[in-house]
Design a protein around this ligand. Structure first.
Ligand code: EPU
Length: 429
């Protein structure tokens, strides 16, 4: 098993190119199922999850052609053309969905295009229970019949296809909003989605669907109006920059007392993250080619609560916690989205952090230093928090279960080494 070995306490200085957003890519790839014409996505990050999604849609009949890296752009992401002339299968098998929960995002597009779809139920995961009831209710509102059997969900559209409907989500769900948007784009008539997620990745999805010919009003608000089309057409779309990757490197600047320019990062997608960094005592400046984050004295403690966009994202909670473990005072973090997203706490504690968790709240008492140790986490963002802690810790940190990081951080060691970190991957672990 591979591991990442970090020798900490090096100040990071320089430029970090920010890649295309993982969570945008994972909802843009299934858009290819909505049309028989080619969809070209540029700035696609090179990540295990993107490859896995590519294999999933290949199995459904989508032809994927990678047309090379774009060295002219920060991050240099790949361009990929996806063409689904015809759908070869409407089944997303357990083996795929088990590996990547985002596989559920083929449900809406397959159902809308083919009139039926069968997708394995994802089950729980390391960060919580994560049901899909809201996805299913949204599709029912468009006329679908849902059956659950043998661990699979089978959705069937009425004869003549999905019909526009009223969807009102009781809680904000990124994935359910995505499935509803994609399905409604090919439904007959108008769909209204209330209490829609407003995450920048949803805006990116709307822009792509609009480029394919969908008519969507209210983009970026909690009420979306979609006029369904009988067919969508060819389009090219550039994947937005990854705001969580950018936020993670901002924390790397903070925890090492460094100064990093996050090349290509988009400040308008990151207001709550940037506000948190500023409150933590970092100097944040928006520059022509990205966002600069520089340490400016000791780290200050924070009180933060995660919530849907535009509030502070759950996907940044673990990384901020690592940084605040070294702040000059006591921080209070509350996780409101996922019930089990503190898997990094015992590992950070092994490195010397002082963190008490009570229910959904973590009290982080800043300590004067962390010490390197072998650590491992059970999810992507938790693993990144351990890398951050390792960058600041005295001595050597070994982060095990590197495959979590490969799901969501493109060329992690390369990007960190280029700004002065002592970090390497070692195959022996
Ligand atoms: N929920 C339900 N029923 C549903 C769907 C969601 O109760 O049918 C609940 C969830 O259990 C959770 C809350 O609603 O408590 C929000 O979940 P959401 O559906 O918004 O999350 P998701 O779509 O499954 C995406 C990201 C996550 C990110 C969350 C929240 C992708 C592929 N994943 O998940 O990203 O944490 O939104 O912003 O877009 C990550 O990148 O590390 C990651 C976990």
């Amino acid at each position: 098993m591979e591991r990442i070995v970090i020798r900490g306490q090096r100040r990071l200085v320089g430029r970090v190119p920010i890649s295309g957003a993982k969570n945008a890519a994972l909802t843009l790839l299934p858009c290819a199922l909505l049309t028989d014409q080619p969809l070209t996505l540029t700035n696609l990050p090179r990540l295990a999850d993107v490859d896995t999604f590519g294999h999933l849609v290949n199995g459904l009949g989508v032809d994927t052609t990678v047309t090379g890296a774009r060295a002219d752009r920060p991050g240099g992401g790949r361009a990929m053309t996806l063409t689904a002339d015809r759908i070869a299968s409407t089944v997303a098998p357990y083996d795929m969905v088990r590996r990547m929960r985002a596989s559920i995002l083929v449900l809406g597009p397959l159902l809308a295009r083919e009139g039926e779809a069968t997708v394995s139920l994802p089950g729980g995961c390391a960060i919580g229970n994560r049901p899909i009831d809201l996805h299913l209710k949204a599709l029912e509102a468009l006329g679908a019949t849902i059956e659950l059997a043998a661990g699979y969900v089978k959705a069937t559209a009425p004869r003549g296809g999905l019909v526009g409907g009223q969807i009102a989500f009781p809680v904000v769900s990124v994935g359910a909003t995505e499935n509803a948007l994609m399905a409604a784009s090919l439904a007959r008539g108008e769909t209204v989605i209330d209490n829609a997620a407003r995450e920048p990745e949803i805006v990116d999805l709307c822009r792509c669907l609009q480029a394919m010919g969908a008519e969507i009003d209210g983009v970026g608000t909690e009420r979306l109006h979609i006029q369904g089309r009988s067919a969508l057409s060819a389009a090219e779309h550039r994947v937005m920059p990854d705001r969580i990757e950018a936020g993670s490197y901002a924390c790397a600047a903070g925890i090492t007392g460094g100064d990093l320019l996050l090349e290509g990062a988009a400040a308008h997608d990151m207001r709550a993250i940037l506000a948190g960094l500023t409150q933590a005592g970092l100097r944040v400046t928006e520059e022509a080619d990205g966002i600069r984050v520089a340490a400016d004295g000791p780290l200050r403690p924070l009180t933060l609560s995660t919530a849907p966009f535009p509030a502070f994202p759950t996907d940044m909670q673990a990384q901020f916690m690592a940084m605040l473990a070294l702040a000059d005072g006591t921080s209070v973090l509350t996780e409101t989205i996922f019930e089990n997203r503190y898997m990094h706490v015992p590992e950070l504690a092994r490195m010397g952090a002082d963190i008490q968790v009570r229910g959904r709240t973590a009290v982080v008492r800043g300590v004067s230093g962390l010490a390197g140790a072998p650590v491992m986490a059970t999810d992507l963002r938790a693993s990144m928090s351990l890398v951050l802690a390792g960058l600041a810790a005295a001595g050597e940190t070994q982060v095990l279960r590197v495959y979590h990081l490969d799901r969501g951080y493109e060329r992690l060691e390369e990007k960190l080494s280029a700004v002065g970190a002592d970090i390497a991957r070692d195959g022996e672990g």
